[in-house]
Design a protein around this ligand. Structure first.
Ligand code: NAD
Length: 329
C-alpha cells in the first residue's frame, strides 16, 4: 500500500527503511512522514501484520501530508535506502536485568545488521534499540559497514531532554540553549556544564540573571531529571517514543540534506580522550557521509573523569556480552 504518487522509474528517491514498527518505529515513521524529508518509507517488522497495519494508518494521513510513498516491505526493499533505522527489539521488562536485555537485543541486531549491509551496502545504519551504545558496537562488528556509517541515537535524546528542561527553567526557547550530554545513553551519561550556555552566556550566569538564588541546586536537579526521564515516563505510560522519533528525524534530515549538523550521537570512539574501541556519544558533525567528524570539545577534569567512567561502563557491557551466551531473539 502506498501514498501516491509512486515515483516513476529512474526518478531520484530518498528511501528510508525502518526495522521495527513498534512504538518507536511507528512514531518515527509518522514524524518522518510529517517532515517531508523522505520520498519513500519502508517499514519492516518480524510481525508483518503490525508493519502493514501501521502502513495503512499512515497512508490514510497522506492527503493531509506531503506526498510520500509508504509501504511494508521485506529485506530486498531496503536496497538503495539512504538510511535504515533500527528500532526493533524490546525495552526492559520488569525483573529483566540490563544484561538480559542487552543479550536479547544484541541477537536481534547481530541478525539484522549483516542483512541490511548485504542489501544496502551504501546505507547509513541508525540504531535506536537499547542498550544503544553497546548495540551500535555490535552492529559495527557484524555489518562490516564503515564506522562513519554506523550511528547510534546515543545521547541525542538526553541532550534534547537536558536542553528542554534548562529552557523551561530559564524561560527561553530550547533552541537557544546550547548544552550537551555525552557518554553512555544511560545512567553514566555526563552533562557538559562547563560549556553550557545561552547566547554565549554561561549557564550558571544565566540562572543568576534569571533570579535563581541557588543555581547549583537547580542545575543538579535538572540533570537528575534528564538522566532519569526514561524511568519516570516508562512508569507512567510504559514506553517513550515521541522525543526519540523527533530526534531520529533530525538525524535523517542532517544526512539527507547534508546539513553537517552537530548532534550528540553514538559512534565508534577509538583514540579521542584516550578511549578505545567503544561506542558512545560526543558532539559529531552529521552529514551525507554519516559521522563527518567528532568535535574535540574541551572537558573539565570532572567531566573527563565522568566520560572515562561512562566509557568503561559501555566497554564492560561489550565485554560481558562477548563473553556470554547470546540469547535467541
Ligand atoms: P516495541 O516493543 O513497541 O516494538 C518493537 C518492535 O520490534 C515490535 O513490533 C517487534 O515485533 C519488532 N521486532 C522484534 N524483533 C524483531 C526482528 N528480529 N526483526 C524485526 N522486527 C522485530 O518497542 P519500542 O517501544 O518501539 O522500543 C524499541 C527499542 O527502542 C527498545 O529497545 C527501546 O528500549 C528502544 N528505545 C530507545 C530509545 C533511545 O533513545 N535510543 C528511546 C526509546 C526506546
Amino acid at each position: 500500500m502506498t501514498a501516491s504518487p509512486v515515483p516513476r522509474p529512474g526518478s531520484p528517491t530518498t528511501r528510508i527503511g525502518i526495522i521495527g514498527s513498534g512504538h518507536v518505529g511507528a512514531t518515527f515513521a509518522y514524524a518522518l512522514l510529517r517532515s517531508g524529508v523522505a520520498a519513500e518509507i519502508v517499514l519492516l517488522d518480524a510481525d508483518r501484520d503490525r508493519a502493514e497495519g501501521e502502513v495503512m494508518d499512515l497512508v490514510h494521513a497522506a492527503p493531509f501530508e506531503r506526498p510520500t510513498r509508504i509501504h511494508a516491505g521485506d529485506w530486498d526493499d531496503l536496497a538503495g535506502a539512504a538510511v535504515v533505522v533500527m528500532a526493533a527489539g524490546s525495552g526492559q521488562r520488569p525483573g529483566q536485568t540490563r544484561l538480559d536485555l542487552a543479550r536479547r537485543n544484541a541477537a536481534v541486531v547481530a541478525d539484522i545488521a549483516p542483512r541490511v549491509a548485504a542489501v544496502a551496502p551504501d546505507t547509513i545504519l541508525l540504531l535506536a534499540t537499547n542498550p544503544v551504545d553497546v548495540l551500535t558496537h555490535v552492529a559495527l562488528a557484524t555489518s562490516g559497514l564503515p564506522a562513519t556509517r554506523v550511528i547510534g541515537s546515543g545521547t541525542l535524546l538526553d541532550t534534547a531532554r537536558f536542553r528542554a528542561l534548562l529552557a523551561d527553567a530559564l524561560d527561553v526557547d530550547p533552541r537557544s540553549v546550547h548544552a550537551v550530554v555525552v557518554g553512555e545513553h544511560g545512567d553514566s551519561e555526563v552533562p557538559v556544564w562547563s560549556l553550557a550556555n545561552v547566547a554565549g552566556m554561561r549557564i550558571r550566569d544565566a540562572f543568576t540573571a534569571h533570579g535563581e538564588p541557588d543555581p547549583d541546586a537547580v542545575m543538579a536537579d535538572i540533570f537528575a531529571r534528564t538522566r532519569d526521564a526514561a524511568y519516570r515516563i516508562i512508569e507512567r505510560k510504559g514506553a517513550t517514543y515521541y522525543a526519540i522519533a523527533s530526534g531520529l528525524v533530525r538525524v535523517i534530515e542532517a544526512i539527507v540534506r547534508d546539513q553537517r549538523t552537530v548532534l550528540t550521537v553514538s559512534s565508534l570512539v577509538d583514540g579521542a580522550y584516550g578511549l578505545h574501541d567503544v561506542c558512545l556519544s560526543l558532539p559529531a558533525v552529521v552529514g551525507r557521509n554519516g559521522i563527518e567528524r567528532v568535535l574535540p570539545i574541551e572537558l573539565d577534569g570532572a567531566e573527563l573523569a565522568g566520560l572515562r567512567r561512562s566509557a568503561s561502563v559501555v566497554r564492560h557491557a561489550i565485554e560481558e556480552l562477548a563473553s556470554g551466551e547470546v540469547a535467541g531473539p
